[in-house]
Design a protein around this ligand. Structure first.
Ligand SMILES: [Zn+2]
Length: 318
């Protein structure tokens, strides 16, 4: 299996990168995709109580950091086709709101779909981000239940995969929020360049070979002060070799890190700063607001999440 995953992912991404967005004229928003989702069925495996690194290690066991298609446990390495795709990793802002088109796999059952839509709603409540049903846009995310939880950083150009396997949805929308923060351009909190003032990395407790998952870098996370409660923080036992902490908070030793419940206030603040916007979609500078209307047509869904569910219900009744 070693070395197979990158090629699998390239094949998965090619339709979007080379051919542009595939037609979805038959698609009614939160619907099935044509992309492969059967690479490794996850249903037979259980890791319900684990966080992202442990989930992914359990489901992708052959991976070592050097050969993995993932960085830091759940970040897709940039595609070699990236040079031909998006020039900016930010999603474009239009009139104060940032729309991220999505396709949602038809393989999700209703509870799973609900968890994902809850995450969309949290972004819509607190930020200018609007996850909108795919309607032919060039760049979009395709959310599918492959093995494990992972995504790219920022906008890749064309179609980009966000994998949310069943294990990623078992404890509510927290992991979805985490992966969507990656989609918006954010890295892990514990990897930011100033992290040594706030946490201690216990190098001797890290699984041999996985130390590279703790490399520091400057990132968009640093738009706000370090945040133990960020949904982008890994937990104390990330990549632990024998169940002892690999990450220890320095200033609040008993604080919980690795929460997967909601966006923290700092997470919200960094989204607003990165995209220079306000939760309502008003331009911070008072510039003209141009928020898209959410007119619904059964043949042409382009709407924000808050109306999507009722729209689908209307459709099914008609
Ligand atoms: Zn992550």
């Amino acid at each position: 299996m070693e070395g197979l995953w990158p090629w699998v992912l390239i094949l998965v991404c090619l339709p979007g990168l080379i051919l542009g967005a595939p037609s979805a004229s038959h698609c009614t928003g939160a619907c099935g995709t044509r992309f492969s989702e059967d690479l490794t069925p996850e249903e037979t495996q259980t890791s319900w109580d684990k966080d992202i690194p442990a989930i992914n290690q359990g489901l992708i066991p052959e991976e070592s950091p050097e050969s993995s298609f993932l960085l830091e446990g759940d970040i897709l390495r940039p595609s070699p086709f990236r040079l031909f795709s998006a020039a900016s990793s930010k999603w474009p802002k239009n009139g104060g709101v940032v729309e991220v088109p999505f396709l949602l796999s038809g393989k999700y059952d209703k509870p799973s779909r609900q968890v994902i839509l809850e995450a969309f709603a949290e972004f819509e409540r607190s930020t200018c981000i609007r996850f909108v049903a795919y309607n032919g846009q060039r760049d979009f995310i395709s959310i599918i239940p492959m093995s494990g939880c992972f995504s790219s950083i920022g906008r890749s150009g064309g179609m980009q995969v966000v994998s949310l396997g069943p294990s990623c949805l078992q404890r509510g929308p927290g992991i979805v929020l985490h992966e969507l923060m990656h989609v918006l351009g954010f890295w892990h909190e514990h990897s930011r360049a100033d992290r040594d003032r706030y946490i201690r990395v216990n190098w001797n407790e890290i699984l041999p070979g996985f130390e590279m998952n703790f490399i520091k870098s400057r990132s968009s996370n640093m738009l706000v002060p370090y945040d133990y409660s960020s949904v982008m923080h890994y937990g104390r036992l990330a990549f632990s070799r024998r169940g002892l902490p690999t990450i220890t908070p320095l200033w609040a030793t008993s604080v919980h890190i690795g929460q997967r419940w909601n966006l923290s206030s700092s997470d919200i603040a960094r989204v607003l700063r990165f995209y220079d916007c306000s939760p309502s979609g008003h331009e911070p500078s008072g510039k003209e607001k141009k928020q898209p209307k959410n007119h619904f047509k059964c043949q042409n869904i382009k709407t924000s999440f808050s109306t999507l569910l009722s729209s689908i219900q209307q459709c099914s009744k008609s």
